[in-house]
Ligand binder design. Structure first.
Ligand code: CTP
Length: 397
């Protein structure tokens, strides 16, 4: 149940399911939330602003220039909101969100929101399945935006397929989950994520298949729960989750420096990055020409172990490592726990499709001195929350 003070911004887009947004508004109010509404011009063709005004008891923001009592409604509303819910999210508005386009009151307000955002898509099945829409949804998920639905069923256009707005109760529950406890308030969390690139020459490098999604999900979840988060990221294609301080690095050596420095101001470190274990000892400063001789001559040297060095410096602070394995998962994870001196190792089997590189789900085991907790396959945000729950149990406040 949300507290009385929870503020939810309802962003209503132009789809036939816009009328369902009225019920979502009521559901949120019943759960104790205060709701304000912004809507697109197209949404007003389906449901009048007057309806939302009467239901919410507040003016509805339809224009950046005419909002009673405020000259800058998009900033005022974005700062007011503890969570924003887009119902129904059209393909067009999702595309604008993914690109950062702000060409009306609703999209400008969403762009200004640093709070958690929930998207409830509702559209024709072909529009939802279109690769452009799917790519936009993936981009938004990668930035920590939550999704509820769409469901499958009979659509307003008569088609049967995926694209139906999720049920009202489901949307309300997902929105309330975003307002969940800020139980990490005051905690300073340091996370690393992604692969590292180890230069062979100015053109070539040694890397691995990590996408960084797990670490980014942890950073996003920690911010949502009130932590101050610094994310040291290897090269990824992911957007920075709202509210996260991100430091970009390329090599294992740069990541080592950034992590050890940032650890001075952290209470917890979570090492999810797939750091290269070896790096070319003497990267060439010019492009090497194709020759067997060069290939044979790439000498590798071991990188510094960031996790082990953080553990050596940690004192009472909590340090978490990851073990990505293809066999003997738990045995290797226990070995890493001991060898590196970590409080917890998150072990995942990267040979399984649900927990491999780039998946939107993960199936992990939490391995600590107390034992092993095997978790189910879950979407990355839920895995992130479970890891943070385990961290919280170990933090000495
Ligand atoms: N790690 C690190 N610094 C390195 C290498 C790894 O901090 N130079 C961290 C990773 O971020 C992860 C954990 O150590 O948290 C993974 O352990 P590691 O022993 O490196 O696993 P692998 O690279 O898979 O090595 P091995 O082949 O020994 O299992």
């Amino acid at each position: 149940m949300a507290t009385e003070k929870s503020h939810v911004l309802l962003a209503v887009c132009g789809g036939i399911a816009a009328y369902k947004a009225c019920e979502v508004l009521r559901g949120l109010q019943k759960a104790g939330c205060e709701v304000r509404v912004t809507m697109t011009a197209d949404a007003e063709r389906f449901v009048g602003a007057t309806t939302f005004e009467a239901l919410s008891g507040a003016p509805v923001a339809t224009s950046l220039y005419e909002y009673p009592g405020s000259a800058i409604p998009h900033i005022e509303l974005a700062e007011w909101a503890d969570a924003a819910v887009v119902v129904p999210a059209t393909a067009n508005v999702m595309a604008k969100m993914a690109c950062g386009i702000a060409d009306d009151c609703l999209t400008t307000t969403l762009l200004a929101c640093a709070c958690p955002v929930l998207v409830a898509p509702g559209m024709n099945a072909h529009m939802w399945q279109n690769p452009a829409t799917q790519a936009n949804a993936a981009t938004l998920r990668g930035r920590g935006v939550s999704f509820v639905g769409p469901d499958s069923g009979r659509l307003a256009c008569g088609d049967v397929g995926e694209g139906k707005l999720a049920g009202v109760d489901e949307i309300v529950a997902a929105a309330l989950a975003l307002l969940g406890p800020r139980d990490l308030e005051g905690l300073r969390l340091l996370v690393n994520a992604g692969p590292t690139h180890e230069a062979i020459d100015p053109v070539r490098y040694i890397a691995n298949r990590s996408t960084g999604k797990m670490g980014y999900a942890i950073a996003a979840a920690a911010v949502r729960r009130g932590a101050g988060v610094t994310l040291v990221s290897g090269p990824t294609s992911l957007g920075t989750p709202a509210g996260v301080r991100r430091i970009d690095v390329e090599s294992a050596a740069q990541m080592h420096d950034a992590m050890l420095t940032a650890f001075d101001d952290a209470d917890v470190a979570i090492c999810s990055a797939a750091v290269a274990d070896y790096t070319p000892a003497a990267p060439a400063d010019h492009k090497l020409k194709k020759s067997r001789e060069h290939l044979d001559a790439i000498e590798l040297t071991e990188t510094a172990d960031i996790l082990a060095d953080l553990c050596a410096a940690k004192g009472p602070r909590v340090v978490v490592g990851f073990a990505a394995e293809t066999d003997d998962l738990l045995a290797y994870a226990r070995e890493k726990l001991e060898r590196k001196g970590a409080d917890l190792i998150v072990a995942n089997d990267v040979s399984r499709p649900e927990s491999t590189f780039g998946a939107d789900t993960n199936r992990v085991a939490l391995v600590s001195a107390e034992g092993v907790e095997q978790l189910e396959t879950m979407p990355l945000p839920a895995v992130a929350d479970a890891i943070l729950d385990a961290v919280l149990q170990r933090v000495v406040r």
